[in-house]
Every structure is written in C-alpha cells, then in structure tokens.
Write a protein that binds this ligand. Structure first.
Ligand code: FBP
Length: 275
C-alpha cells in the first residue's frame, strides 16, 4: 500500500546537509549577475576556478545562479550542497530600478539541478517590497511542497532606509523575513556583537551574516565573523571577502575554524597560508 512521506522530512534532510550542528559557512557566488565581472580578480574570471576554491575550502553550501551551477556541477556535486539563487538584478539598470529583484530561476530548476535549497532577495523598505515579498511567499509555498529549504537575503534598501546596517532596521527585516517563512536568514552585520545578538533573538530560524565589501585585512573580516558567532548567529554567507582574497581557500578554512571549531579570529588568521 502506498505510504505518504510525512510532510517536512525532506526539508529537514536537506537542511541537515547545509547546517552542521546548526551552523554553516556558505559561499555566495552570484556576483557575475548582481555586479558584473568587475568584482572578479583576473585569475578568478573563470567561474570554475572560484568554485574549485570553494570546494577545496569545504564550504557547507554554495549559492549559485542557474547557469553557473550548470557549468560547474561536476565540481560541487556530491561535495558541497547547492543553494540555487532564483532572484537577481543587474547593476546595469538605472539606480531606481535596481530596487527590484526579479525571478531568474524557479523551484523546478533547483530540483532539476539536485539543489538542497533555494535563495531569493527581498529589499525590505523598497518601494517594490510588496512585489518581492509576494514572490518570496510564493517561493516558500512551492519549496515547502517539495521539501526544499529557502534562504532569504534580507537587505533593507531604498529611499526610506536611513542605513542598511542600522540595528533596529536589520532587526525588523530579520523578523519580517522569519514571518514570511524563510528557513535561513542572511542579513547585514549591525556593527557590534550586542546589536547582532538582538537581531538573532527576534528570529525563530537561523540567522547568518552576509559578507559585504572586502575588508582591507583578513583579520578585520575574521573578527566580524567571530563577533556574529558570539552573538549567536548560525554562521556566515560570504563571497567577495573570499574570492577577492589572495588566499581564498585559506580564508574559507579560517572561517570554518571560527564557525565550526570555535577558533578565535586571531587563531584563524594564524592558520592562513599554512594549509
Ligand atoms: P558578499 O559576501 O560578496 O557581500 O556577497 C553577498 C551578496 O549578497 C551576494 O550574494 C550578492 O551578489 C552581493 O552580496 C550583493 O551585494 P549588493 O546588494 O551590495 O550589491
């Protein structure tokens, strides 16, 4: 007699591949769409080079757009779970139009690619917030139906937003993201452990810090990673601070040591260039 799989198990199984003991270091690599190739150092223009580094550094998951996931699948398959990013915007549009993330992928693409999750951005506070939040709600519904976890890029942005890292605004964006039904929330650092602790507290689901523009010295970024872990975050989702680094694999491993092994930023920095 056919037996239905109890609902929600597939999502738990996939989330357990991404979060190890509730924590994850996730590699974000959608910049070729969001910002264009200018973000990539010369030796990193080939996406296979970058994905190879992410696999060598043993990231817990990798967030890619569809075309790059297809072009690199043989590198990450069976090693690093894929989170398919299904929204995007280019920086080629007039600035006011860059406040809308539109669909560039679908749940069926994620399934077809063997992904363990899907990701989408909502610019909280933007004039187009309703469109993006509505699309994200639909994404949650479709993903829940097939047991795929969703990760939201919760980014406050637009003319009504005084600061994209204001603790109270980030708290609100985080809580609104949790209310939408996201399973993982990726948002901006608020500048201190104390303020990020308050961000983590408003969410019933794991909160991860979004990397941001590359810090001048690796130690500065490792200290930020240490700060969010002290605040109770579930990890970090990072792109530029890794692939623009002179030692991307080392930096990825250094982040792993902070998130998974409780290393101090100084200990993690000392390991750079040694492995
Ligand atoms: P970084 O760690 O490089 O900041 O990557 C996180 C990310 O959200 C990327 O996924 C995305 O391409 C980029 O930042 C978007 O940055 P912005 O919204 O500032 O243009």
């Amino acid at each position: 007699m056919p037996r239905n799989v109890p609902s929600g198990i597939g999502k738990k199984v996939r989330l357990s591949r991404i979060l190890k003991n509730g924590r994850a270091v996730i590699f974000a690599f959608d910049h070729g769409f969001e910002h264009g190739p200018k973000d990539f150092p010369k030796e990193m223009v080939d996406p296979r080079e970058v994905v190879r580094c992410a696999v060598d550094a043993a990231f817990d998951a990798i967030m890619l757009n569809k075309g790059i996931a297809e072009a690199t699948w043989d590198l990450w398959a069976g090693k690093v779970p894929l989170i398919l990013k299904v929204t995007g915007k280019t920086s080629l549009q007039p600035p006011e139009m860059q406040l809308l993330q539109y669909h560039i992928g679908y749940v069926r693409d994620a399934i077809a690619l063997g992904a363990d999750g899907v990701a989408g951005t909502v610019y909280w506070g933007a004039p187009q917030e309703g469109e993006m939040a509505g699309a994200y709600a639909a994404l949650v519904g479709e993903s829940d139906a097939v047991g795929l976890p969703t990760m939201i890029l919760a980014y406050p942005r637009g003319p009504a937003i005084s600061s994209q890292s204001d603790p109270e605004i980030i708290r609100y964006a985080t809580r609104a993201s949790a209310e939408l039904g996201a399973d993982l929330i990726k948002t901006h650092y608020t500048g201190s452990t104390e303020s990020f602790r308050e961000v983590v507290r408003v969410s019933p689901v794991p909160v991860l810090m979004s990397g941001g523009v590359k810090e001048e010295r690796p130690l500065e970024f490792l200290r930020i990673a240490g700060s969010v872990m002290d605040a109770g975050a579930a990890g970090v989702v990072v792109g530029r601070n890794v692939f623009q680094s002179s030692d991307p694999v080392g930096l990825g491993r250094a982040l792993r040591s902070i998130v998974h092994e409780g290393a101090t930023p100084e200990e993690a920095e000392a390991s750079l260039g040694k492995k």
